[in-house]
Design a protein. Structure first.
Lengths: 387, 370
């Protein structure tokens, strides 16, 4: 032992791997900050030379423009226009996420179908759509489909006297009655359905029968909704063509339709691939075990495969949600009044560009981070809890 | 805990990044110009240097313009900019550099035009831009002598049964995005209680598509633009009708960056010279013969020719930082106001109207050159 050299000489810091790694990281960070500082000081200098506003006072100026599908008045402040743009962005994002998830899941499952037709259709859909640029898809949907393939208002298509479809928008039947109360009713119906479902699961666990909690929940939801609908005197109003527009019902702006359709189609093609991959990633043994206890095909999918697949898919699908939200900004190219369009128009009407777009960036960042938080929450709920 | 702190760092760096993004946004517009980047950044950084000097040094005027407005600025088959606005870009180049062809035409989106001016990506903006108080005040732009006095109007399909604005209750009106047009239409709609749905589009081409497909009842813009668009309508100009009502004042004027008097004066007098030349009756055809034969002192001064005086012949130099023969170069190489108008706007069916000389019933009036 004593023949071995004593402790090796201390490694100098410039050959110490840990120190080197730290030094590189710090250097990289410094470079990034130096770049940011340089850009920011340039901005400050350029701004100070010209007499441009840099604060948010412009939000109080009158907007001087109107927003279609909205009673927003041109004398209201720019602030309100931004709020309307924000709401429109949220509207498209919310509906888009729900529809894209449903369509994407269905196509994803179809891709794994044993039926040749279904499987091929799924593959063609995914490979066609996800290989197209989204902007092109939106432009085509607007110029090619909505403007040209939809009928003019003079010969609008009125299926069952319920809808009015023309290139000036799609009008659908809509409820008549107070909105806030309806939201409360729907919320209450969901809560009651949820409670009934839980009770049903507890009962089924005791008796050892199938719970069918979703069926119970849905029936209860429908009963509560329809019951309150009648009790509180809500009714439907169907749209009809009047002059060169439609009256009654809810009119979906043509650009909203084009944007929503493109976003849903595009995002669903990506979600389909994630769903397909996640289903394949579920351990083979799980499916075989389901077969062994004689679950039907649909039970196997609903009860065994999909719950585990979604656990795998959740983070990736969350990314697609974020993409969809950010992609709503492309609506500005087809004149849908979401946040970006509002920002562009207000800048064109005299608001200072840098603060206006900075504000817009911050709002998008806020929406995206909030979505991330929600997705992460569900992800944590879904993740395997190891005890 | 670690994850949480990572998220905070992520948010902080995102915030820092977009601050940087704000600064780069300006620089990116610079990147769209075709001229060398060196001069661009320098004009931005050095406040004391007038654009006039950087233009002379670069040997070209970077003129913010567009490429798809018939009559004002369109690309011809050779890819050159042709039109009323394009010619005023050339007027400025002829005045400052003595060469009407020394222009870099920088095509801009309507919504980008002021950012391009503020960032120094262009030297002057001649792009159908209405002079308004807000733009003058908060866009860091100085507006100069208007080249065209316009007003906003409404164009409809001839067979629509619409004869006046009052027939357009609840109509869908299509306009270009980021212009005064939106505001004027919104104001007119609320003033007349017509409840228009106003849709804004990025490009005239897109409005045309929507209009052809019957998505729009009305197409609102400056009457001059509507006239140009009508003349180029694919189904024939007779399909369209421009209503008689005009509901706004739209003085279209060139604009330069605030705080650069020398450059502003140079551009201003270049435009004024075209008006003065028409008043004197000087055209590109007769400018040489007038210059050599006239004895009118006013004309000689204006053209930068020697004026005989008590102490020998002298050339008037009003110290505008322009060559003394700038007016001669303008008229010789481009033409006077009337010629430019006749060349580009008369074929569209536009009348001189307000844009006649002051002694001919219009409001074009150049200060004396002495």
């Amino acid at each position: 032992m004593s023949s071995l050299p004593s402790t090796p000489a201390k490694v100098p810091f410039y050959r110490n791997l840990t120190a080197l790694k730290w030094a590189l990281q710090i250097l990289a960070l410094l470079l990034v900050f130096a770049l940011l500082f340089w850009l920011y000081s340039n901005y400050q200098e350029n701004i100070s030379k010209s007499n441009i506003q840099t604060d948010l006072r412009f939000l109080d100026n009158p907007a001087n423009f109107t927003i279609p599908g909205n009673d927003f008045d041109q004398s209201q402040p720019v602030r309100d226009a931004f709020v309307q743009g924000f709401l429109n962005t949220i509207r498209v994002s919310f509906v888009g996420i729900i529809l894209a998830t449903i369509l994407g899941t269905l196509v994803g499952i179809a891709r794994l179908s044993k039926n040749f037709m279904v499987r091929t259709l799924g593959t063609v859909y995914v490979e066609l759509i996800r290989n197209l640029p989204l902007l092109l898809l939106i432009t085509f949907m607007n110029l090619g489909v909505v403007l040209q393939a939809f009928p003019r208002i003079e010969d609008a298509w009125v299926p069952f006297d319920l809808f009015v479809v023309s290139n000036r928008g799609i009008a659908i039947p809509w409820y008549l009655g107070p909105t806030g109360q309806l939201v409360l009713i729907i919320f209450a119906a969901i809560v009651i359905a949820f409670v009934v479902g839980k009770l049903r699961i507890r009962q089924a666990d005791k008796s050892g029968t199938q719970d069918r909690a979703w069926v119970y929940g849905f029936v209860v939801f429908a009963i509560v909704l329809i019951g309150s609908w009648i009790i509180f005197g809500y009714s439907f109003e169907t749209p009809f063509v009047e002059g060169r527009g439609t009256t009654g019902g809810l009119r979906i702006d043509p650009s909203l339709f084009a944007l929503l359709a493109s976003l849903v189609i595009y995002t669903s093609s990506h979600i389909a691939e994630i769903v397909r991959g996640s289903i394949l990633a579920v351990n083979r043994g799980q499916g075989e075990a389901a077969d062994a206890i004689a679950l039907s095909g649909s039970q196997k999918m609903r009860l065994i495969i999909l719950p585990q697949a979604f656990r795998i898919a959740m983070p990736a699908i969350g990314n697609q949600y974020l993409n969809l939200i950010k992609n709503t900004s492309l609506g500005a190219t087809i004149s849908y009044f979401e946040l970006t369009q509002v920002a562009q128009i207000t800048v064109g009407n005299g608001s200072p560009a840098v603060p206006a777009f900075t504000l817009t960036l911050l709002v998008y960042l806020g929406i995206s981070l909030t979505t991330s938080l929600v997705v992460n929450y569900f992800n944590r709920r879904l993740a395997l809890v190891e005890r | 805990m670690k994850k949480r702190s990572l998220q905070i760092v992520a948010v902080a760096s995102a915030a820092a990044l977009f601050l940087a993004g704000c600064a780069t946004a300006d620089e990116e517009t610079t990147a769209t110009t075709t001229t060398d980047q060196g001069t661009t950044t320098e004009t931005v950084v050095e406040a004391a240097v007038s654009v006039l000097d950087s233009v002379k040094e670069a040997g070209t005027v970077r003129c913010g313009t567009r490429d798809a407005l018939p009559g004002f600025a369109v690309l011809n088959d050779a890819g050159e900019h042709v039109g009323f606005d394009s010619d005023f870009c050339r007027v400025i180049a002829a005045a400052v550099l003595g060469d009407a062809s020394a222009v870099d035409m920088v095509d801009l989106e309507t919504a980008d035009r002021f950012t391009a001016l503020q960032s120094g990506a262009i030297d002057v903006l001649v792009r159908n831009t209405t002079w308004t108080a807000t733009r003058d005040g908060s866009e860091a732009a100085t507006f100069l002598q208007p080249t065209f006095y316009d007003g906003q109007g409404m164009m409809v399909a001839s067979n629509s049964g619409i004869d006046a604005l009052s027939d357009m209750s609840g109509a869908i009106v299509c306009v270009a995005k980021g212009t005064t047009t939106e505001g004027n239409a919104a104001l007119e709609s609320s003033r007349l209680g017509l409840n228009w749905e106003i849709r804004s589009f990025d490009e005239t081409d897109l409005i045309l598509e929507a209009f052809l497909a019957g998505q729009c009842d009305g197409w609102s813009s400056d009457v001059s633009q509507l006239t140009g668009l009508r003349s180029a309508y694919p189904n024939g100009a007779d399909e369209l009708l421009i209503l008689a009502e005009v509901f706004s004042k739209e003085p279209l004027a060139p604009a330069v960056l605030d705080g650069d008097t020398a450059w502003a004066q140079a551009v201003n007098w270049a435009v004024l010279a075209t008006i003065q030349a028409e008043e004197f009756g000087i055209t590109s055809a007769n400018v040489d013969s007038i210059r050599s034969s006239t004895e009118d002192v006013g004309i000689l001064r204006f053209l930068g020719a020697e004026v005989p005086g008590s102490d020998g012949a002298a050339v008037l130099d009003p110290s505008l930082s322009l060559p003394t023969d700038f007016a001669y170069q303008i008229v010789k190489q481009v033409g006077n106001y009337g010629e430019i108008f006749a060349k580009h706007l008369t074929p569209l069916g536009l009348d001189r109207g307000l844009n006649s000389l002051w002694n001919d019933g219009g409001i074009l009036y150049a200060p004396p050159y002495r």
